[in-house]
Design a protein around this ligand. Structure first.
Ligand SMILES: Cc1ncc(C[n+]2csc(CCOP(=O)(O)OP(=O)(O)O)c2C)c(N)n1
Ligand SMILES: [Mg+2]
Length: 386
């Protein structure tokens, strides 16, 4: 696909919005939104299947910003693609009660799929989402469940033990719907990653059974980003890690490739310098011209046709197998089938029962009538009864 001037301008508008919001709040993380705006652009305009007017459509692709500190990148994309955030929400970044808190909060801002900020968490939650997807697809068929999880994870995400526990499970289960991009920018909170981190990330993830793809220095190359993502998507049997070498803070003259760009407002002069390089008007903060907005709003509906077809298939499932459709609906709504409570075991007041035994009895009794339950034991199964 040819990269148009409009696409390039659109990406730069996203960059401008992100640094303006950090500047206005006088706190936040401008460097990673600057560097990864093209990646977010490719995901939201070329790759992901979603419908901004229906953020909760169950079969949408999920976007998880595990590097939650880069929240302004996500908020800018949610605004331009039409998830309901407005420019005033971006102006209120990091203010008490705003829809744009410093780190993304699930359930607070439409389009935020996972609460992130604690590094490693988004990575692990994404694995959970993919596990649920695989389970639903196996039980109810790909006609009603067939989506992917796209994530951006940073050095800090991969330094956390949690991400590696989740990566191990994802590799073991062959969760091929995971498409994770590792932002390999060699910069962390206090300086170069080389100060404290020399893992061979490729070897670690290959060891877990992941498909690892090094796409190199292509953070500004839309077609190369898209090609890398599509190669990862085509791998259905293993989770994919797309390793992208980027330059935090680019194109800031003073702060590209510096830890300062990670978590500091860049200053009015530097913001002006960046806008001059990008060709953005320097005297119009929160600049979002109509043609850019129109372009992104159209991209925001890119999944609406697919959503309509999915609605039809969901109705067809009910026509074909009503009981299966009831179970599927209960899974999506996180509830039991009607009357499930009647299956709960009963103990008389004063009767003594160990809590783990009670828990085990409850799980055994309701497993068939609360079809969304997935249980796993991290302690001896025989002991815990799970
Ligand atoms: C579990 C956890 N530990 C520590 C932190 C503090 N912290 C915030 S960002 C960061 C690392 C930043 O480096 P990187 O992850 O590479 O992000 P980049 O600056 O490259 O976007 C750390 C340690 C955190 N958010 N979560
Ligand atoms: Mg980094």
């Amino acid at each position: 696909m040819a990269v148009t001037d409009l696409e390039q301008r659109s990406i730069d508008v996203v960059r401008g919005l992100s640094i303006d919001a950090v500047q206005q709040a006088n706190s936040g993380h401008p460097g990673t939104p600057l560097a990864l705006a093209p990646l977010a652009h490719v995901l939201f305009t070329r790759v992901m299947r979603y419908d901004a007017s229906a953020p909760d459509w169950p079969d949408r692709d999920r976007f998880v910003l595990s590097a939650g500190h880069a929240s302004m990148l996500l908020y800018s994309m949610l605004y331009v693609t039409g998830f309901g955030l407005e420019l005033d929400d971006l102006r209120a970044f990091r203010q008490w009660g705003s829809r744009t808190p410093g780190h993304p909060e699930y359930g607070h801002t439409a389009g935020v799929e996972v609460t992130t900020g604690p590094l490693g968490q988004g990575f692990a939650n994404g694995v959970g989402i993919a596990l649920a997807e695989a389970n639903l697809r196996a039980r109810f068929g790909p006609e009603v469940t067939d989506h992917r999880v796209f994530a951006i994870c940073s050095d800090g995400d991969l330094q956390e033990g949690l991400s590696h526990e989740a990566a191990s499970l994802a590799g073991h289960l062959g969760l091929g719907r995971l498409v994770y991009v590792y932002d390999d920018n060699h910069i962390s909170i206090d300086g170069p990653t080389e100060l404290s981190y020399s893992d061979d990330v490729t070897k670690r993830f290959e060891g877990y059974g992941w498909h690892v793809l090094r796409i190199g220095e292509v953070a500004n190359d839309l077609d190369a980003l898209e090609a890398g993502l599509r190669t990862a998507i085509a791998e259905d049997d293993r989770p994919s890690l797309v390793v992208l070498r980027s330059h935090i803070g680019w194109p800031s003259p003073q702060y590209t490739d510096t830890a300062f760009a990670h978590g500091n407002p860049l200053g009015e002069d530097e913001v002006t310098a960046i806008k001059e390089i990008l060709g953005l008007p320097v005297d119009q903060p929160f600049f979002a011209p109509d043609d850019v907005l129109a372009f992104y709003r159209e991209a925001g509906t890119r999944g609406s046709g697919a959503r309509g077809e999915w609605e039809q298939r969901r109705i067809a499932l009910r026509g074909r197998e009503a009981h299966l459709a009831d179970e599927y609906d209960a899974c999506l709504a996180s509830r039991g089938l009607p009357g499930w409570e009647a299956k709960l075991p009963i103990w008389a007041a004063g009767e003594k029962v160990e809590t783990r035994k009670a828990c085990s009895a409850v799980l055994d009794a309701i497993l068939d009538v609360v079809p969304g339950i997935l249980a796993g034991g991290a302690d001896l199964t025989g002991n815990t009864g799970t």
